[in-house]
Ligand binder design. Structure first.
Ligand code: B4P
Length: 190
């Protein structure tokens, strides 16, 4: 099972990724989490990534692609994986195509969570109260939304054209959204 989970900042990707991945017995690979882990370790990658994340910009494709390639090469990802927050640009789509082709498999589905814009900001501002995330300020949240609209929204059409897009309503409680994701993926064999 090879899945990607997409959606604007605050749509619930990170929240849903682990539950879905656990269900299928595959690792949830979150580019945001890997970047944040590197930032807290003070690694070279973390230092490089932090200035982009703090500004609400995407980390350059070259850095992100290399990081995902290394992660997917790990043994636990052999049976499959769920990518949370990757790909986010057309260049990343192409890179992922290459990685998946190399495994001799195909991408099973691209799940996109849709949430009203006002709800997205409300969720992230609420998270800001406890997360300590430097990119959860109102100004940076707005910039993250713009970047998503410019660079990531076009990817929805790409996966729709390939016939693997699964659109899920991300409004409502976490459990309601999880249930909808499983219903939508029900057609895909485990
Ligand atoms: P991410 O960590 O992916 O940040 P995100 O888009 O905000 O998603 P996240 O998973 O954290 O939030 P979620 O929607 O689950 O990326 C952070 C940064 O890393 C990017 O801005 C970029 O700089 C960099 N980056 C990451 N991937 C990259 C890539 N591929 N290329 C380049 N750069 C990259 O949840 C948000 C909040 O909503 C949470 O508090 C959650 O509890 C809450 N929530 C979730 N579901 C809810 C529900 N149903 N009801 C109420 N609240 C809910």
């Amino acid at each position: 099972m090879r899945l990607i989970l997409m959606g604007p900042p605050g749509a619930g990707k990170g929240t849903q990724a682990q539950v879905v991945a656990d269900h299928f017995g595959i690792p949830a690979i979150s580019t945001g989490d890997i970047f944040r882990a590197n930032v807290s370790q003070g690694s070279e990658l973390g230092v490089e990534a932090q200035r982009f994340m703090d500004a609400g910009e995407y980390v350059p494709d070259e850095i992100t692609n290399r990081m995902v390639r290394n992660r997917i090469d790990e043994k636990d990802a052999e049976p499959g994986f769920l990518l949370d927050g990757y790909p986010r640009t057309l260049a990343q789509v192409e890179e992922l195509d290459g990685m998946i082709k190399f495994t001799g498999h195909a991408l099973d589905a691209a799940v996109v969570l849709t949430v009203d814009p006002e709800e997205l900001v409300a969720r992230l501002l609420q998270r800001a109260e406890s997360s300590g995330r430097s990119d959860d300020t109102e100004e940076v949240i707005r910039r993250r939304q713009e970047v998503y609209t410019e660079q990531t929204e076009p990817l929805i059409g790409v996966y729709r054209d390939r016939g693997i897009l699964v659109e899920v309503d991300g409004m409502g409680t976490v459990d309601e959204v999880t249930k909808r994701i499983f219903e939508a993926l029900d057609v895909i064999p485990e």
